[in-house]
Ligand binder design. Structure first.
Ligand code: SF4
Length: 450
């Protein structure tokens, strides 16, 4: 295939899996001579890596596609590609709407398992051919593709793709296909490369990392091997399903200093009746017992969760149970959403019968309760000296840095002679529900802090 020699502008929406996929896409295009540009006006190729998880996310992307129209009017040869979950889910709509105007500016539609075809589709599109590649795969893990990483501190690595859980509300099994794991050896090799390039943090990604398997190795084995590559690299992982979070995994986190003591464990609802309807395959009791085991083995663990409110048939009593679980656990953080029906999911067949004003009042109650818990948890850090990885300049002030603790808390502190990727100790002086604020104690390397 000839060199493409094109400038690519890429926007990424949705979860960290999409962020990691965008780096794979850029890696594949870069191999064929494309370069990344941050200026949409000078791009030859505009790509949007999309998210289908909620209606709102899709509407946002439709809006963005509308905005690309004016760019196409000025520069008709520009190629616009829709990648990711929306490409998979709405391929007919996006392709079919060309005639009607909504998808008019879309030249290429590529699902999450077909990114290898992208350079070829771009080349053809340049000669006027519209390209669609949306086949899902049972084997694709992109394990031999070198992602193009623009951030030199933190790296994402997808260790498994797809999901077999089929939660009733979720489109992921339909947009990202069935579960498959990347070979362990290729992951370790990538971590070694990242270590030699000076990266300081690696996040292992998967829709359900606990399902990772390579021959006899499970996710706990993978986590241990990754942590042992370089003990100055922090290791994170996301997301875990409460049904199969093993004691072995909890022990592995507890035993390794450089595995962050932060676990994101989506509960979704506190009502067993709703959990069953959601096909989550655990009860609130199982969930609380699991958190009890986690907290006893990792006392300083920080926990976050996902909540969906207003699931079909959710009553006031179900809602109270969700509030109870939040009150009981006192999570450090939560991602909280109003239920939105997604076509083709089992829940879509149920009437979306919780009125929007009730969903709104329930989500407000949930957010208020969670903010209180976050503030209480964050305030406990006041007076402590925490290890922070410097990530960059604070978005609100050019005289301050921001970084994160192992527990995934954002910390803001005055700038000094540091660079992104440095580990420092910060004395926490104040806190709100979202952020810690402090002053620098001293620079360290991670192994010194043991
Ligand atoms: S575990 Fe459930 S919510 Fe998570 S990706 Fe799989 S189906 Fe979706």
């Amino acid at each position: 295939m000839p060199h493409l020699n094109k400038k690519v502008y890429l926007e990424t929406y949705g979860c960290q899996m999409n962020m990691a996929d965008s780096e794979i896409v850029l890696g594949l295009l870069n191999e064929k001579g494309c370069v990344l540009t941050e200026d949409i006006e000078e791009a030859d190729l505009i790509l949007v890596n999309t998210c289908s998880v909620r209606e709102h996310a899709e509407q946002r992307i439709y809006g963005r596609l509308g905005e690309f129209k004016s760019i196409k009017n000025k520069k008709p040869e520009i190629i616009v590609g829709v990648l990711g979950c929306m490409a998979e889910r709405l391929r007919e709509k996006l392709a079919g709407e060309k005639a009607k105007g909504v998808g008019e500016q879309v030249d290429i539609i590529v699902g999450p398992d077909e990114y290898r075809k992208l350079p070829e589709l771009v080349a053809k599109s340049w000669h006027g051919e519209r390209g669609i590649a949306v086949q899902l795969s049972r084997i694709e893990t992109y394990d031999d593709v070198a992602p193009l990483r623009t951030n030199g501190v933190s790296a994402w690595i997808s260790v498994m793709r797809g999901c077999d859980k089929f939660c009733s509300f979720c489109v992921v099994p339909f947009t990202r296909g069935r579960e498959r794991s990347r070979p362990l050896a290729s992951i370790l090799q990538e971590v070694e490369t990242l270590s030699s390039r000076g990266f300081k943090e690696v996040t292992l990604l998967g829709q359900n990392v606990n399902s990772y398997r390579d021959k006899n190795y499970d996710f706990a084995d993978l986590l241990k091997f990754v942590a042992e590559v370089d003990n100055t690299i922090r290791i994170r992982f996301v997301t875990s399903h409460p049904q199969d979070m093993s004691d072995k995994l909890i022990e592995t986190i507890a035993e390794h200093k450089n595995i962050c003591k932060y676990i994101h464990l989506p509960v979704q609802s506190g009502s067993d009746r709703i959990l069953e309807l959601m096909n989550r395959n655990y009860s609130s009791k199982h969930y609380l017992n699991l958190l009890g085991r986690i907290k006893s083995l990792i006392p300083d663990v920080c926990l976050s969760t996902d909540i969906i409110t207003g699931y079909p048939t959710e009553t006031e009593d179900d809602h109270r149970r969700t509030l109870d679980i939040l009150e009981n656990v006192q999570f450090d953080g939560a991602f909280m959403f109003k239920y939105s029906p997604r076509e083709n999911t089992p829940s879509f067949k149920m009437a979306d019968d919780v009125p929007d004003e009730i969903k709104a009042s329930r989500i407000n109650e949930i957010i208020q309760l969670q903010s209180k818990a976050s503030l209480i948890n964050n305030s406990k850090h006041i007076g402590q000296i925490l290890e922070v990885l410097v990530e960059g300049e604070s978005k609100k002030s050019s005289s301050e840095w921001y970084g994160r603790t192992g527990g995934n808390k954002i910390v803001i502190f005055p700038k000094s002679n540091l660079t992104a990727g440095d580990y420092i100790m910060v004395n926490i002086e104040r806190a709100n529900s979202a952020t810690l604020f402090g002053s620098i104690q001293k620079s360290i390397v991670l192994e010194d802090a043991a």
